[in-house]
Design a protein around this ligand. Structure first.
Ligand code: FAD
Length: 435
């Protein structure tokens, strides 16, 4: 068990949040010789980064993210060798079956919008879908397929980055929450933590759905929210595809042991808190457009939120830390639906049982793309947050980008769409998807 005296007084960089963004950044920075301190209020990859489906895809991604993801896929291909770890990397493609002309048209429109990138994504005819999925029993009108996409096991990737970063000298502290960013003479000068202060020229905030809690008191506007998603691991099943699959209302990927990570591809849950209400103007249109796919839960979550705001509660006394390890329950009916749909879509698969189930809070931003920035209004600050349900795949390339930004070096990407100031400027585009 780490003790508070493990906290160094000084570092080149303090990284707040040990999800995949924090762990990948720590690795690339430590590898380059930086003195890195990475802190997490709970544990390595305790939140989204171990709860994700595990898709690594360029398919159906926001056009602004495509150059990052294409570069990211090059890193993924060599990552098991680089980290000397089994990550269950499987370059089995991404295959989305379209059950209606409207879905097909939506995906075709996306493909046209990214034509300039020269991706290997292509539309599939009915016959081509059936050739790739011989066991598919439900009718389709076509599909979308990217052969070079893939998937990996979220429980292994951030952990492997953290292990290697530690070997390279990074200090990684679990159970050490950041209380506030510190500023001296107009620039960032470190982080106040539960275990004391660390001085650093640069601080990277990648605290997942809690990033806004650190940035707001620092004067930055980040309208960050969250949507709850439910996932399950099945029993070991006969293989139907190696691709990351979406279709007929379900999404799944085949894990290394032959079980599936399975979820509803259509439904999420919003546990409405006062912060959701405060941010409603930012999300109104996105929620309205995905109304069929989102269920609002108003009573119990709001009551819990109100209780947490009472001045004597830990969450109110340490707002940047808030809930250290939120209990995120999976929504049973989503998973039962997913099982029923899987058995219907692939009847040859046999009886599907659930070996494990979990929930995860996906952090969202109103335009569906993250913040990746070294904002000039806040010297010394780096931000990587708001990945809207697709940041597992981006983790490796984001780690490299954050290392470049920490050095004031060129990243090789146009990061303007990802700047923090876009919210204060009101320059917020319509999202492709916010979760
Ligand atoms: C159910 C689900 C399915 C998903 N599926 C996919 C997928 O298939 N493909 C994909 O690419 N992405 C997917 N995602 C999204 C992906 O998991 C996230 O975008 C990514 O993991 C975000 O990583 P992160 O490091 O930004 O945040 P997180 O993993 O959430 O980590 C943030 C960390 O910050 C810590 N923290 C917060 N506040 C503080 C504080 N004050 N002090 C110290 N530490 C703090 C937290 O404890 C946490 O460990 C999915 C997400 C979910 C929930």
């Amino acid at each position: 068990m780490q003790q508070p005296n493990a906290l160094p007084a000084q570092a080149d960089i303090v990284i707040v949040g040990a999800g995949i963004q924090g762990c990948a950044s720590a690795y690339y920075m430590a590898k380059a010789g930086m003195k890195v301190v990475l802190i997490d209020k709970s544990r390595i990859a305790g939140q989204q980064s171990s709860r994700a489906w595990g898709f690594v895809r360029v398919q159906m991604r926001d056009p602004d993210e495509i150059p990052l993801m294409e570069e990211g896929k090059k890193i993924w291909r060599g990552l098991e060798a680089e980290l000397n770890a089994d990550l269950e990397w499987n370059e089995g493609g991404a295959l989305y079956a379209s059950g209606s002309p409207a879905i097909m048209a939506y995906r075709e429109k996306w493909l046209q919008s990214v034509a300039a990138f020269g991706l290997d994504t292509r539309l599939l005819s009915i016959g081509e879908v059936k050739a790739l999925l011989p066991d598919l029993a439900t009718p389709v009108v076509g599909g979308l397929y990217t052969k070079s996409d893939g998937h990996a096991e979220p429980r292994k990737v951030a952990a492997a980055y953290a292990l290697r970063a530690r070997e390279l000298g990074a200090t990684i502290l679990e159970g050490c929450g950041a209380l506030a960013l510190e500023k001296t003479a107009g620039r960032i000068s470190g982080v106040a933590t539960e275990w004391g202060d660390v001085r650093a020229k640069t601080v990277l905030v990648c605290a997942g759905a809690s990033s806004w809690r650190l940035l707001t008191p620092y004067g930055a506007l980040l309208p960050q929210s969250f949507v709850r998603a439910s996932v399950a691991r099945t029993n070991i099943l006969p293989p139907v595809t190696e691709a990351a699959f979406v279709g007929d209302g379900i999404a799944f990927r085949r894990r290394g042991d032959g079980s599936l990570n399975i979820a509803s591809s259509m439904h999420g849950d919003v546990d409405v808190t006062l912060d959701h209400l405060r941010l409603s103007r930012w999300y109104w249109n996105a929620y309205r457009e995905s109304a069929k796919g989102l269920t609002l839960h108003i009573g119990a979550p709001l009551l819990k939120d109100l209780c947490q705001r009472m001045p004597w509660r830990e969450e109110a006394r340490r707002p940047a830390i808030h809930e250290r390890e939120p209990m995120i329950e999976p929504q049973q009916e989503r998973l039962q639906d997913a099982v029923r749909l899987l058995e219907r879509t692939f009847p040859n698969i046999g009886r599907v049982g659930l070996a494990e189930q979990w929930g995860g809070n996906i952090d969202t931003l109103p335009d569906g793309i993250p913040v990746l920035d070294a904002p000039s209004a806040h010297p010394g600050l780096l931000v990587a947050t708001g990945f809207c349900g697709h940041g597992f795949a981006l983790g490796p390339v984001v780690g490299k980008i954050m290392h470049a930004l920490s050095q004031g070096a060129e990243t090789g990407f146009d990061l303007r769409p990802f700047r923090l100031s876009r919210f204060a400027e009101g320059d917020v585009k319509k999202p492709l998807s916010i979760w």
